[in-house]
Design a binder for this molecule. Structure first.
Ligand code: HAM
Length: 418
């Protein structure tokens, strides 16, 4: 038997309500902030990610699903959503349109990682991107949207960590300080870190090798190297968050695993999110769009991992109740009552009431059992007498009470009761 690829998960119909619930809360929150949905392709030209996400990141170097298509072009299954949104924004000339541009998305994303709890090879993200606003209000808006979304899910133990990783100007000084710190320690560090040292020393801070992590723990902190503008920007973000009632901790160790960030970076973390702990991550990325060929457009955004959110929701007891079966199940005793049930079901569906009848030629007892197992709310059994009278006994499965209802009044009756 062919099995599902490692690191992927099926969402079976019995679990789909969890995803629908999560998506509904996300949509609700994004729309409250006047963000609108964007959909971009699952695969893009490989260069989009190697340039956008950054060719010194683990994502680009080790984790991308890259292949040649039949035309010999190198394409990559998206490892994240930001680069695709940025490409679409530029390609459709939206920089010349109404700004700020505010978009949200639900995507599947692909990273060739070692699967474990909360870490998959195909995973799903809810993300938001805000383009055109350089001020701290935009950072605060993105962060407060993320915070509102998590609160909307009922989560209370997820903590917000924020940091600033500065701009091009202050980062040059910081890189210098990092190189001075790491140079005498390089021989104790992994091969990758030696390459990172040359290309982008900040990436060393993101290394997952234990020995490197220990050395990195003593490295200089970006916060101590911020230029005046970046320091002021970060100060404003913090005071806006405080005034909006969004609790945070400044965490100088956040560097994020993608290259495009500048200034504010943030992560919402929880012990219950599996090995990595980050449920949602994001930040400002003021140079990505320009780097991709647009005029300069400041940007900020985030993405939440849906699988990790579900883990955290379970741990915090925030999962919604399972969804119900059909609102009404119409059982039939014989050929003519089954035919009537089929017809009535059509009428009820037309009136907006979900309805099922037997498709398996089961006995009335078995039909009743099915209705009960699948969680139907109302059940009516139709037989010879019911057809003669044009009415049936309708049982409310929640209360076990039942009432005789005329066929023509079924829809009204059910609507009144729910
Ligand atoms: P990221 O931190 O790479 O950022 O991913 C965002 C979230 O996706 C993570 O916090 C985590 O919840 C989830 N995630 C990442 N990798 C996996 C995985 N292998 N399995 C399960 N969940 C995972 C980004 O992707 C940026 N594009 C976020 C962003 C948007 N920044 C600005 N705008």
């Amino acid at each position: 038997m062919i099995q599902i690829p490692k690191g992927c998960k099926d969402v079976l119909p019995s679990q789909a309500y969890l995803w629908q619930y999560l998506e509904a809360r996300a949509r609700e929150t994004a729309q409250a902030y006047a963000f609108r949905e964007i959909r971009t392709p699952v695969f893009e030209h490989t260069e989009l990610f190697s340039r956008g996400v950054g060719d010194t990141t683990d994502i680009v170097n080790k984790e991308m699903y890259t292949f040649l298509d039949k035309g010999g072009r190198s394409v990559t299954l998206r490892p994240e959503g930001t680069a695709g949104v940025a490409r679409a924004f530029i390609e459709h000339g939206l920089a010349g349109g109404v700004l700020p541009f505010k978009a949200y998305y639900f995507i599947s994303a692909f990273r060739y990682e070692r699967p474990q709890a909360g870490r998959l090879r195909e995973f799903h993200q809810f993300g938001c991107e805000l383009y055109g606003a350089a001020g701290a209000e935009a950072d605060a808006e993105a962060i407060s949207l993320a915070d509102a979304f998590l609160k909307n899910l009922g989560l209370k133990k997820v903590e917000l960590h924020i940091n600033s990783i500065g701009c091009k100007t202050c980062r040059a000084r910081y890189h210098q300080a990092l190189r001075e710190y790491f140079a005498p320690r390089l021989s104790q560090m992994c091969e990758d870190c030696r390459t990172r040292f040359e290309k982008n020393p900040m990436r060393i801070l993101d290394c997952k090798v234990e020995g490197c992590k220990q050395i990195a723990a003593g490295a200089p902190r970006m916060l101590d190297y911020l230029c005046d503008d970046c320091r002021e920007h970060f100060g404003q973000v913090k005071s806006l968050l405080t005034s909006a009632g969004v609790a945070y901790t400044v965490d100088p160790s956040i560097v994020r695993g993608l290259d495009y960030y500048s200034r504010t970076v943030f992560e919402f973390v929880s012990d219950a999110a599996g090995a990595q702990g980050t449920v949602l991550g994001g930040g400002r990325y003021d140079t990505l769009l320009e780097q991709m060929g647009s005029k300069p457009v400041p940007a900020v955004g985030f993405a939440a991992g849906m699988e990790r959110l579900l883990l955290v929701m379970e741990a915090e007891n925030c999962l919604p109740p399972a969804d119900m079966g059909a609102m009404c199940y119409l059982a039939g005793m014989d050929a003519s009552s089954r035919a009537k049930a089929f017809l009535l079901a059509q009428q009820l569906r037309g009136a907006g009431i979900s309805c099922e009848t037997d498709l398996m030629e089961r006995s009335v007892k078995a039909q009743f059992k099915y209705a009960d197992k699948t969680g139907a709310r109302f059940v009516a059994v139709l037989g010879e007498r019911e057809l003669e009278e044009g009415a049936a006994e309708v049982k409310d499965m929640r209360t076990s009470s039942s009432e005789r209802v005329k066929f023509g009044e079924l829809a009204e009756y059910i609507k009144r009761r729910i």
